[in-house]
Design a protein around this ligand. Structure first.
Ligand code: HEM
Length: 449
């Protein structure tokens, strides 16, 4: 691990900040709430590869878009870089809970991460692949034919079903329906554009102080805990799902996880928004490139995955579901020639990194071919973040996107419902196609894939 502690700062070197807009923080917060992607684009153009925003009073956000600076953050000792996820997305603390792996610092973070990792390896991944294809087939058999509809909610339904089965493999149908309905109710409640803007501008108190949110959240928690209690009472058996793996890992550590901890761990896993967003984007982009769609469909029918893999990588590059990750400095740090003080937020910017012309020529074009010749760079292709906090489920998510695409492309003819590309709109955890990726489906043959 690189140790970038700037010991000289502890004595007499004054802290400095990279340049950035001078507007008052309230104004910056407003623009961040309404047009975050445009704001990042403009700042990058005007101030260069490292710039500062003042969105939350008293704590500057330093955006990093240079691969070397991003590498520095992802390889620095994680004791020095605290979880900043709550800064980037104020929804996370009230939703996931303060003891979620995403929000914990070391050493607890690493303990939690180790408990999760076995759920995303080896035979588990093979089993997930078949389950993902089954879920996709069942869902697309319900899609309308010959009329426009938005793909995003349909992809949300698939990814929710997939993650529910990965967490609790054998939920009884009544409980499964209740969990599904309540998660949808909670997600819909959060996803109103007015609430999302308030959340981005004023932070988590917008939710914690709101009775509607607390009610919707507690209805989800109640079903999750009902299942946990029942399984604990009847014995965990031989199940291999994520809940069972977590219970076993806690037991090996000497005690059962308390209820709140288990709640945070399970809700974190069930709150997968980025996969559905990425699935919506992959079709939104592909349907505007008929020659690429044709090439992919041809490949899918032969069972190969080379071009499919490139399409997925290119979508995650151009439309990253998580546009920025954040860390809070526990100690001074020197980066890009600036002396950053403790409590500063450093923000490797996925969105801007993926649009660097020197790394990705013609960056705004959708060109999966770029990933056929070169491999994705550890510090330049970062849709899943990096370092010890890199997404634990990165392989799971990519597998899911591929399996769903294979089922859709082998069973349906899709075309875009509107000729114009869709811009990006904020959703609870990321940025989705503004129209929800509207398509028209025609032929349907649900062959096994
Ligand atoms: C395309 C889909 C996905 C994308 C783009 C994505 C992106 C990310 C990113 C950028 C991070 C790092 C956050 C940070 O550094 O602060 C992360 C962490 C994490 N993700 Fe994902 N994610 C995806 C799917 C999933 C799924 C399906 C799950 C669970 C089933 C999941 C669970 C997690 C967890 C538990 C962490 C925290 C890891 C840690 O702190 O050690 N993600 N994800």
């Amino acid at each position: 691990m690189a140790d970038v502690r700037n010991t000289s700062l502890e004595t007499d070197v004054p802290a400095t900040l990279p340049p950035g807009p001078r507007a008052p923080s309230a104004a910056q917060a407003l623009v961040w709430a309404l047009r975050p992607l445009g704001l990042m684009d403009r700042c990058h153009e005007r101030y260069g590869d490292i710039f500062t925003l003042h969105v939350r009073r008293g704590r500057p956000w330093v955006f990093l878009t240079d691969p070397e600076h991003v590498k520095q953050v992802f390889t620095t000792d994680s004791e020095l870089l605290r979880a900043g996820a709550g800064e980037a997305n104020p929804l996370l603390v009230p939703l996931l809970g303060s003891r979620s792996v995403m929000l914990l610092d070391e050493p607890q973070h690493m303990n939690d991460r180790k408990r999760l990792l076995p759920s995303f390896h080896g035979q588990r991944m093979k089993d997930y692949g078949a389950m993902m294809s089954d879920v996709a087939r069942a869902e697309i058999s319900r899609w309308p034919l010959g009329e426009p509809f938005a793909l995003w909610p349909r992809m949300q339904a698939i990814s929710l079903e997939v993650v529910m089965r990965a967490v609790f493999e054998d939920l009884d149908s009544d409980r499964r329906e209740r969990l599904r309905a309540r998660v949808v109710e909670l997600t819909d409640w959060i996803n109103s554009p007015r609430r999302l803007a308030l959340l981005a501008a004023f932070g988590s108190r917008t939710l914690t102080g709101n009775a509607g949110f607390r009610r919707a959240m507690s209805r989800v928690e109640a079903v999750v805990l009902e299942e946990v209690h029942e399984r604990r009472a009847s014995g965990m058996g031989e199940r291999e799902d994520i809940h069972s793996m977590l219970e076993r890992a806690h037991a090996e550590g000497g005690s059962l996880a308390d209820e709140e901890k288990m709640r945070d761990e399970l809700i974190t896993m069930l709150s997968d928004g980025p996969t559905a967003t990425s699935l919506a984007w992959v079709f939104e982009r592909l349907l505007r490139h008929p020659e690429k769609l044709a090439r992919l469909r041809e490949e899918v029918l032969t069972g190969e995955e080379e071009y499919l893999d490139a399409v997925v990588k290119e979508t995650l590059r151009l439309c990253p579901a998580v546009p920025v990750v954040m860390r809070r400095l526990a100690e001074p740090m020197r980066v890009g020639g600036y002396e950053l003080a403790p409590e500063t937020i450093v923000a490797p910017c996925v969105y801007l990194m993926h649009r660097r012309r020197d790394v990705y020529p013609d960056p705004l074009s959708f060109r999966p071919e770029r990933f056929l010749t070169g491999s994705a760079g550890t510090y330049t292709w970062i849709p899943f973040g990096g370092g010890v906090r890199r997404c634990v489920a990165a392989s799971f998510a990519q597998l899911e996107i591929k399996r769903v695409m294979q089922v859709v492309l082998s069973g349906l003819d899709l075309r875009a419902a509107d000729s114009r590309s869709e811009g990006a709109a904020r959703s609870s955890v990321s940025f989705t196609p503004a129209g929800g990726a509207r398509v028209i489906a025609t032929r349907r043959e649900l062959a096994a894939v």
